[in-house]
Design a protein around this ligand. Sequence first.
Ligand SMILES: [Zn+2]
Length: 402
Amino acid sequence: MVNPASFFPQAIYGRATLDPEGVPRVLISPHRYIQGQGVLDHLGEYISIIPGERPAVLLSVGGEKRFGEQIGKSFKEPGIDYTVEIFKGECSENEVKRLVALLKNRDPDIDAIIAVGGGKCMDAGKCVAFRLGVPIVTCPTIASTDAPCSAVSVMYSDEGVQVGPEFFPNSPALVIVDTRIIIRAPMRQLIAGMGDALATYYETRTCFQNLKARSIVGARPTITAMAISELCAKTLLENGMNAVDAMLRQEPNEAFERIVEANTLLSGIGFESGGLAAAHAVAAGLTEIPVLHENFFHGELVGIGILSHLLLEDKADEAREAAEFMAGVGLPVHAGQLSLDMEKDASSIKKAMEGAVLSTLTEAEPFEVTPEKLYSAFVEANRLGVSITQDLGDAAYRRLHP
Ligand SMILES: [Zn+2]
């Protein structure tokens, strides 16, 4: 069995850091991406591509109830002998160890892991597959995370506190995105995913333009990652509102398909091969404020981070465009919508900005970022968000936060 947590891409790609010109451009992507209405019905056929004949399916208790029968049916015709294990909800070292103990030394051996569910289930599945030395197949049931396509998992303690990333040498062998399932997921999650996906363009651009910046694997972004990130933002800005309408009507349309692809594939590749910068730094800092950590999704905090990021970089016109889009789909655009009071909560916001700088993600910016500078950008972002909601109203936000 492979030694867990033994793969550090930064040490491999970043070897040439003494000579910045020598840092390679690296693109990471899943082997195959399959998206469409009802594609999970064909899981059994798709798995034969790997090929996998004795897969283990990882699902939560709720996921088993919702998708267990559908998955079982898809395996019946091709005659695939599969097993199901229940994922208990936390992507922690202990949960991964428990699942590995259950799945190793089977006779015959398990030859693939299929993780069906949200970000944590897919992240745990990647860890289990790596430790068993088999391919991972991800089947997201929501379109709000970068987990399905990436070769990295976010690890937590058993209590749910974030511990850090774990990297893998292999990307998912198959990513299977059933839009008939995604459209039934909570709308606020899809919209939070749009916030996370929108940041991909602005952050990749920052890393791409600053020759000293590195992607999360310690490499330089390719022009491919730059183009994918740009397409990601363009797709969101053009189709976001129509996708929200489709979700309200529970009828997938072209705009919805495009948004699911942007949130999952474009954002996934862009994040992994492009890089992170101030927008994610602000989001990381804000999670230190308990009310935000408990009540808001990652993508919602990244959203307010985008506005801070763009204003920090003196890009007021783009910040306005992003804020208008965000307010239109229902993402929070000012402190009040994040249940913060700029005066009363000033000290915790300032502390969060210190945390943001400590996250080191701001090092991707081409100038020195201090907590004071980041705080001023946050104040300016809040002012912009307030004025946008005065102009456009906040109906979309209130629909998601009744
Ligand atoms: Zn993110």
